[in-house]
Design a protein around this ligand. Structure first.
Ligand SMILES: [Fe+2]
Length: 330
């Protein structure tokens, strides 16, 4: 059961069926959900042809929550097979849902992949992996995955993040907190808009962590034309290097985000759409089963062309040598 707090958009049965049909057609043609120019072209054609009601449900989040749960897609639990033991062995498991998610992502913007993450795929598998239980990455389980902006270290990070649930038998909650629902005094906004600290690459980016360039200092908060936005990842921010005033403002922001946080326990078929400029997300701790029935999410990242929610100075950042690859689907 999803929380009553997160806005829910029920997808009508005809739109859900059309998404599944289109994904099945594309998968039958391509034979795999691994990225290829042909797959991306077919996804773009099918996304453009989605019926009006589907497209209306896929409009941007339009409340201060900065998120919504799309409900109405189906998952055949037997057909998807066991939960993979790690992203590295997932391959084409649940490939139909990779393509459904790519269709949704393409209807909302331009899907984004990373050369250095999950083999360059546009859709990632989020499953608990043995040996990674205590990391601050999607492969963890035993620890609280602390609230963060996705790929906060990089100027090419997603505007939107899509988390599609294939399986979640223990109702493990994703947490989400919007800066637009937090109380942030003007003085703290001014302090946290000063670029005082870098955000370092997370543990999912092995090569970026060895990058030799100087980490750029970046603002935590930003007043964009559209309203307040944030770039926040305390687990990878060297807070000890900041002055006391900055650290105190950062701690107040962290507490406010905790106060307004909502817990979203996704059911199979539900897709959580998060605005990565407004919302930080995390996950509560859980005990992994490692028996093929574990929580299994698919993740897609989306850039929205023409969006002006980021400080202009980001354009000059090196991104620790990581290359964000946009699907050439527009
Ligand atoms: Fe994340």
């Amino acid at each position: 059961m999803s929380t009553g707090v997160a806005p829910v958009r029920p997808l009508d049965a005809a739109s859900a069926a059309e998404l599944h049909r289109a994904a099945a057609r594309i998968l039958a043609e391509c034979g795999t959900s691994a990225t290829s120019p042909h797959l991306l072209r077919r996804v773009a054609e099918s996304a453009a042809a989605l019926p009006g009601p589907a497209r209306r449900h896929l409009r941007p989040a339009d409340t201060d929550h900065g998120l919504f749960v799309l409900r109405g897609l189906a998952v055949d639990d037997a057909a998807i097979g066991p939960t993979p033991a790690s992203w590295a062995t997932a391959g084409d498991r649940g490939a139909l849902h990779d393509v459904v998610l790519l269709l949704l992502a393409t209807a909302m913007g331009t899907p984004l992949a990373w050369e250095g993450q999950q083999g360059g795929r546009f859709v990632h598998n989020i499953v608990p992996a043995p040996g990674h239980e205590r990391e601050q990455t999607g492969a963890s389980s035993d620890v609280l995955l602390s609230p963060h902006t996705e790929d906060a270290f990089h100027p090419g990070r997603a505007h939107l993040l899509l988390l599609a649930c294939l399986r979640n038998p223990d109702g493990v909650a994703t947490t989400a907190a919007s800066i637009r629902r937090a109380r942030t005094p003007d003085a703290d906004v001014a302090t946290l808009t000063r670029p005082e600290l870098p955000i370092l690459p997370d543990a999912a980016y092995a090569r970026a962590r060895g990058f030799a360039g100087r980490p750029p200092d970046v603002p935590t908060l930003w007043r964009s034309e559209d309203g307040l936005t944030l770039r926040f990842d305390p687990a990878y921010t060297p807070l000890e290097k900041a002055g006391p005033a900055y650290r105190a403002a950062y701690a107040r922001l962290e507490a406010e985000l905790a106060r307004v946080s909502v817990a979203v326990s996704l059911n199979p078929g539900e897709v959580l759409v998060l605005d990565n400029d407004l919302v930080v997300h995390g996950r509560v701790p859980f005990t992994a089963r490692y028996d093929g029935t574990d929580r299994w999410l698919k993740r897609a990242s989306v850039r929205v062309p023409g969006r002006r929610t980021r400080p202009p100075a980001e354009a000059a950042e090196h991104g620790y040598g990581q290359i964000a690859v946009e699907a050439h689907v527009r």
